[in-house]
Design a protein around this ligand. Structure first.
Ligand code: XUL
Ligand code: CO
Length: 439
């Protein structure tokens, strides 16, 4: 019998909304059918290896505040303990996916070769645990931002040897993700941005960034990695100006370099709010461009205003997120990855469970509300009516490209402008409330 890391917690079961047991789901009922498929297939929840298994409570003003059962020992022993603790955790949570950076699972070595060897050894352990439990890999990624060599960026560094090292690191992480059957691979440009234009050639850096992505896509094809490749937008942190600012900037960048057929977007709630957007805005912009690939489900704090990566408990955001997902026909092969960490003062191992339960219940409820809103077509009907003037003869000529300035001038001179319909925003927000409360 191997070591048990969470002896005080049993498998988390669905007990329903009346339950007062903190270690039970109130809304997440994995097998419950919503719009023809089980909840768990809609939601595809994933654990973020970094926040759950490597975050020790550090913040800019203080060091570790948390100690874990798997801490201590040499880095490789600790990494192996983490694997076993992580799979025990996911089994108890009933989570079927995880996401990882290369350095979350295995310690960086003194050389690239040593780092790669460490990875291979840990991946053996992960593979065995995946086989034992049936848990799968949603996505892998590379941490090309933490180490000092990435001080000026990775593929956008002014230093070509850093570019080469980044390529090597991505190459290995892609191979590992493929080996683990990862369904996606993510690029978050941790330091791909700039601090001051006084020392930066943005044009050149963007060309380099695109070159790296093109090589990554080519390598994926070469090794037969068929998962989705995804870019995760974020406007700032750590750099003042991240190149992947938001969904629309990334879409423009992908189109400029002809990469839009190979990359989709991984949208994170807290990154959306850092860009002064709503979570739904970023999801919507990605979706209507056919580029919504996956979701980092967390939330920020409007008072603090930085990337706090909290477990999502906002029912409005979760509902509107699932509303976008349902309108797209699902999120697979992406999923909902909890890129979220417990608060620095939530120091018990139990808090890891309670945080995930809170997030899973919130999205389960959001899913059910969104499904009902969609079924009833409440908002859709209203939107259709709002644009009804485009269904007239005049509107049709504008939409089908047969109108020109002369024909429109003629129309305006003859007919003037009719009264526009009311936006009815207050009524619609109140209907949304009604669905959240009653659905
Ligand atoms: C950082 C962030 C990352 C990515 C993966 O803000 O969200 O954890 O999700 O590198
Ligand atoms: Co993220």
């Amino acid at each position: 019998m191997s070591k048990v890391y969470f002896p005080t917690v049993n498998k988390i079961a669905y007990e329903g909304p009346q339950s007062t047991n903190p270690f039970a789901f109130k809304y997440y009922n994995p097998e419950e059918i919503v719009l023809g498929k089980p909840m768990k297939e809609h939601l595809r929840f994933s654990m973020a290896y970094w926040h759950t298994f490597t975050y020790m409570g550090n913040d800019p003003f203080g060091g570790a505040s948390i100690t874990r059962e798997w801490d201590g020992g040499d880095p490789m022993t600790q990494a192996k303990e983490r694997v076993h603790a992580a799979f025990e955790f996911m089994e108890k949570m009933g989570m079927e996916y995880f996401c990882f950076h290369d350095v979350d699972i295995a310690p960086r070595g003194a050389t690239l070769e040593e780092s790669n060897r460490n990875l291979d050894e840990i991946v053996d352990e992960i593979e065995a645990e995946m086989k034992r439990t049936g848990i799968k890999c949603l996505w892998g990624t590379t941490n090309a931002f933490g180490d000092a060599k990435f001080v000026h960026g990775a593929s956008t560094s002014c230093n070509a040897t850093v570019f080469a090292y980044t390529a090597a690191q991505i190459k290995k992480a892609m191979e590992v993700t493929k080996r683990l059957g990862g369904e996606n691979y993510v690029f978050w440009g941790g330091r791909e941005g700039y601090e001051t234009l006084l020392n930066t050639d943005v044009n050149r850096e963007l060309d380099h960034f695109a070159a790296m992505l093109k090589m990554a896509a080519d390598y994926a094809d070469k090794i037969g990695f068929t998962g989705q490749l995804m870019i995760e937008p974020k406007p700032k942190e750590p750099t003042r100006h991240q190149y992947d600012f938001d969904a629309q900037s990334v879409i423009g960048f992908l189109r400029k370099y002809g990469l839009e057929k190979r990359f989709v977007l991984n949208i994170e709630a807290n990154h959306a709010t850092l860009a002064q957007h709503s979570f739904q805005h970023e999801l919507h912009m990605s979706r209507i461009n056919g580029l919504l690939g996956s979701i980092d489900a967390n939330m920020g704090d409007p008072i603090l205003g930085w990337d706090t990566d909290q477990f999502p408990t906002n029912l409005y955001d979760a509902t509107l997120c699932m509303y976008e997902v349902l309108q797209q026909g699902g999120i697979a092969p992406g999923g909902l990855n909890f890129d979220a960490k417990v608060r620095r003062a939530s120091t018990d191992a139990e808090d890891l469970f309670l945080g995930h339960i809170a997030g899973m219940d919130t999205f389960a409820r959001g899913l059910k509300v969104a499904a009902k809103m969609l079924e009833d077509k409440v908002f859709i009907k209203n939107i259709d009516e709002r644009y009804a003037s485009y269904n007239t003869e005049l509107g049709a000529t504008i939409e089908n490209g047969t109108a020109d300035f002369e024909s429109l001038e003629q129309y305006a001179l003859k007919n003037g402008v009719t009264k526009s319909p009311s936006g009815r925003q207050e009524m619609l927000e109140s209907i949304l409330n009604q669905y959240i409360l009653e659905a």
